[in-house]
Ligand binder design. Sequence first.
Ligand SMILES: [Zn+2]
Ligand SMILES: [Zn+2]
Length: 100
Amino acid sequence: MEPVSLLVGAVLLAVGFAAGRWGRRQPTPPPQMTPLCGCGHALSQHDVETSTCYAELRRDTFDRRGRWAGHTWVPCTCRQYVGPRPIDEVFLPRLLPPTD
Ligand SMILES: [Zn+2]
Ligand SMILES: [Zn+2]
């Protein structure tokens, strides 16, 4: 084998290796989403034992003439947390980055 073709082969190998390194981009981690219940509150705002939501909702109140009279806090009517739980992540299929 000629020395030139050896050199060319080595260069091609190096280029291919470098291209492979650059082509394989680091997968970006998915944004950390706070799991929310159907009521819009996080799991941490739900009672562990009763599953009821103890967060409070701000309700606008109006006087008899229909004018805004401030707001009151009313307890959330949620009775059970229905959103994703952290333990569910184990069973969810991992999202794989597209292979190129
Ligand atoms: Zn809830
Ligand atoms: Zn709630």
